[in-house]
Design a protein around this ligand. Structure first.
Ligand SMILES: [Zn+2]
Ligand SMILES: [Zn+2]
Length: 400
């Protein structure tokens, strides 16, 4: 395969670093929550327009899509690569003492999406000046509302993945060391499903339980049985999580309540395992409730599927990562996987793709707190690494 990336790419990126960092810090100072990314998407649209891209705004409310037409004649002509970044912040009060601290009380970029947006703008900048080297097209997808799992699906419903042949994206990760890139085939982020179980009994006097059907005892059995779905029905080689995180019942010490409401979440790494566990959660809740003379109303949300990376696209990104940081710094270990979830999964269902991680942990710079923590921070030296891997992967995808 030809070397698609000229050696001057690192020099080009070096020149962009001051703007890359300033752009990220600007987004950091002005965080916006899901579907409220008006300022952020305004800046994104204006910058993409200035680069000469065809720009669509208001996609899924606050999303932006930039389209770059390659100008090289070649076999990839007509192919389109999508590159996705998410733009939203979180309802967290920032505790970092930095000059570019969040200026909006109670809102913070505590997941690195400010970095993702700045990185993709830099990639668009570089590739728009190299369209003579692209034999196909690039769609730059700036997605709203990742944190509430709301932005990807409506963008897809509005057609952003039509005609897309491959999709890539990255997540900066604060517990993965700076300088490393994590690229792995198969599932990298888990699926996520919320569920709500309303266990119904018959209320009454706490001293006369025989005249009631106690939903508290039924709920307690359900909570314990849910844990045996993992320990007894799930292969040790197929990780999954069932957590009941909220239990609401009762109003007094001497009243058996009518019902108990349980909220929980389930995570799995394959579509089949996810379906199996969703079914078993319902079977267990219904079965136990019925056996104990109660009943159970079950509400499952659609949730998001696991992020599954395509082997071919993973190989492409891996090659780009090796060219960027060197083979010793490209990991495909289990550390690349997370039990967290990400709605990049929805894009990956529509086209073969690869979602990879860029290490941003550096305790010397205070960047070691977990994502969604009020002191979350990244080592900004990870930003140009992200730019380079995405750019190289795009140049390679549309090289011939
Ligand atoms: Zn997050
Ligand atoms: Zn995130």
């Amino acid at each position: 395969m030809s070397i698609a990336y000229p050696d001057d790419l690192k020099a080009t990126i070096d020149e962009l670093v001051p703007d890359l960092v300033a752009t990220r810090r600007d987004f950091h100072e002005h965080p916006e929550l899901a579907f409220e990314e008006v300022r952020t998407s305004g800046i994104v649209a204006q910058r993409l327009q200035a680069l000469g891209l065809e720009v669509e705004t208001g996609v899924a409310k606050t999303g932006v899509v930039g389209f770059l037409r390659g100008e090289k004649k070649g076999s990839a002509q007509g192919k389109t690569l999508a590159i996705r970044a998410d733009m939203d912040a979180l309802p967290i009060y920032e505790l970092n003492e930095i000059d570019y601290r969040s200026q909006v009380d109670g809102k913070m970029h505590a997941c690195g999406h400010d970095g993702h947006t700045a990185i993709l703008l830099a990639v668009a900048d570089i590739l728009s000046k190299r369209k003579a080297e692209l034999s196909g097209n690039i769609k730059f997808i700036f997605q709203p509302a990742e944190e509430v799992v709301g932005g990807a699906e409506p963008m897809i419903e509005e057609g952003v993945m039509q005609g897309v042949d491959g999709v890539i994206g990255l997540h900066l990760i604060s517990n993965f060391p700076m300088g490393y890139v994590g690229v792995r085939e198969g599932t990298v982020f888990a699926s996520a499903n919320r569920f709500e179980l309303t266990v119904k009994g018959k209320g009454g006097h706490a001293a006369m339980p025989d005249l009631s059907i106690d939903p508290v005892v039924i709920a307690a059995q359900i909570i314990l049985a849910m844990q045996s779905l993992i320990s007894r029905e799930t292969s040790p080689f197929s990780p999954a999580v069932v957590t009941i995180a909220s239990v609401h019942a009762g109003s007094a010490f001497n009243i058996i309540p009518q019902e108990v409401v349980l909220w929980g979440t389930m995570r799995a790494y394959s579509a089949e395992h996810r379906q199996f566990l969703l079914q078993r959660i319902q079977d267990v809740a219904n079965g136990i409730s019925g056996a104990m003379q109660g009943s159970c109303d079950i509400k499952l949300t659609d949730g998001i599927p696991p992020c599954v990376n395509d082997p071919g696209m993973t190989a492409l990104v891996r090659k780009a990562a090796i060219a960027t940081v060197g083979e010793a710094y490209v990991s495909n270990s289990e550390a690349v996987m997370t039990a967290g979830s990400d709605d990049m999964a929805c894009f990956l269902e529509k086209a073969p793709g690869c979602y990879f991680i860029v290490g941003a942990k550096n305790p010397d710079k205070g960047a070691s707190y977990p994502h969604h923590h009020p002191r979350f921070a990244i080592d900004e030296e990870a930003l140009p690494i992200g730019v380079e891997v995405l750019t190289r992967a795009a140049l390679e995808f549309l090289a011939d």
